[in-house]
Design a protein around this ligand. Structure first.
Ligand SMILES: *Cc1c(COP(=O)(O)O)cnc(C)c1O
Length: 418
């Protein structure tokens, strides 16, 4: 086993090697001094350009222009076009075309919209969803089923997908691309093909993969997808979500949530709804202009990111982290719970530890920001644009120290989970 010094030296050497994504790291502002940030699956880091961009919009767009802001152009303008412009800017990192993606609403709302679209487009009456997905997706599926008269078919895991499809009438299958606890990543291409072969649509939640690994939506044959804007995509706290729809389904049905911004001619103020052509019909009301301004700072960066380079960097960082954790912490009760193969893993590395919440609090007290999830998962999110090997080395060293001296047992770390 390497000493901590040896581990850190190895990390420094790797950090010193040139990487095609290095230039982008400087485009992000550092976090709180002395902290190591491994929580981009909660809130991604802030692009340096975000405050300037928002301040410009507040000044030129709100204070001065007021209603004329709707007609502004330039970095403080395009208020109504922003959902499509942001979608187009994210298309590269999502492996989509510019017209496939829209940025609006929350992930929960977009998931609901696309569940209903899948039912309508397929003409079928069953939603399939996994039992242990992020709860908001189950709630949306329950609500969609209740309101549309569809049936909800819950599966215990992906192994039961074929049986659920064979039982018939499946319109849409909602899946987490990456599990929020274990970080298990599904084979999007293979699973999407199986779903499509049965005449159903796949709906992928990419909250724990988009911006971290190569998701290649078009190449993998996904029908529909949603994902968080404020996690790895760095859109800012509460940033709107993205919504992806393969063009074969684009004009297939009218959206369940209809609004004037998704109308074919919003400013004609027509009494009846007529969907806008293409993905724009999935807009409902006025865009969140201030939030979109923050997101635009990140979107400009995503335009420059080659998804293959992103994936390679994430793989190298997380493979190294797993090896270091195995070496330094396995004898102290830490077990790597996420899959070993990178193509089967998402943005975070997940560890199993019985007192995960207490260990997380002890790590945070040491400046290593990570998260725990019930019952025993500890999540270390690695952001390929900002995380350095040296930070991973220091995080592993801190974990080894805390486990060795038992300081995580301190009563102050035993408070209620948050
Ligand atoms: C974070 C997350 C969401 C968040 O949904 P919001 O509507 O933005 O609150 C949804 N799905 C998954 C899998 C998530 O991890």
């Amino acid at each position: 086993m390497r000493t901590v010094d040896e581990l850190c030296r190895d990390a420094d050497q790797r950090d010193a090697q040139a990487d095609p994504l290095d230039a982008l790291r400087d485009a992000f502002a550092p976090g709180a001094p002395g902290t190591i940030y491994l929580d981009s699956n909660s809130i991604g880091p802030m692009p340096r350009a975000a405050p300037r961009r928002m301040a410009g919009l507040l000044e030129d767009g709100w204070r001065v222009a007021r209603r004329e802001g709707w007609n502004l152009r330039g970095p403080s303008g395009h208020w109504l076009e922003q959902p499509r412009l942001l979608g187009a800017a994210l298309a590269r990192v999502l492996g989509a075309h510019a017209d496939d993606v829209l940025v609006c609403d929350s992930t929960s709302i977009n998931h609901f919209k696309l569940l209903c679209h899948g039912l309508a487009a397929s003409g079928r009456n069953v939603i399939v969803i996994e039992r242990d997905v992020f709860p908001t997706n189950r709630y949306a599926a329950q609500g969609a089923a209740e309101r549309t008269g569809a049936q909800l078919r819950t599966i215990a895991g992906i192994e039961d997908l074929d049986d659920a499809l064979a039982a018939g009438d499946v319109g849409v299958v909602s899946l987490s691309h990456v599990d929020y606890r274990s970080s298990r990543r599904l084979d999007m291409a293979g699973v999407s093909a199986r779903i499509r072969a049965r005449g159903a649509l796949s709906l992928w939640d990419l909250s724990h993969s988009a911006g971290a690994v190569d998701v290649a939506l078009r190449a993998n044959g996904a029908d529909m997808a949603v994902g968080s804007g404020y996690k790895y995509l760095c859109g800012g706290p509460g940033a709107p979500s993205f919504l992806y729809l393969h063009p074969r389904w684009r004009d297939a049905a009218s959206p369940v949530l209809r609004g004037w911004m998704g109308h074919a001619d919003a400013f004609a103020f027509h009494p009846d709804y007529e969907p806008a052509p293409g993905i724009a019909r999935f807009l409902s009301g006025t865009p969140a202009v201030l939030a979109n301004s923050a997101f635009a700072a990140a979107a400009e960066l995503w335009r420059q990111v080659d998804p293959a380079a992103l994936d390679a960097r994430h793989r190298a960082l997380t493979d190294w982290l797993i090896e270091a954790l195995d070496e330094q912490c396995s004898e102290l009760g830490i077990e790597v719970a996420s899959p070993r193969a990178h193509r089967e893993r998402g943005g975070h590395v997940s560890l199993r530890f019985a007192a995960a919440a207490a260990l997380a609090r002890a790590m945070i007290a040491e400046g290593v920001i990570l998260s725990a999830r019930q019952p025993d998962a500890l999540r270390l999110a690695v952001h390929p644009l900002t995380t350095r090997y040296a930070e991973l080395a220091r995080a592993v060293a801190a974990m080894r120290r805390i486990l060795s001296d038992g300081s995580w047992r301190d009563p102050r770390f035993a408070a209620d989970a948050n």
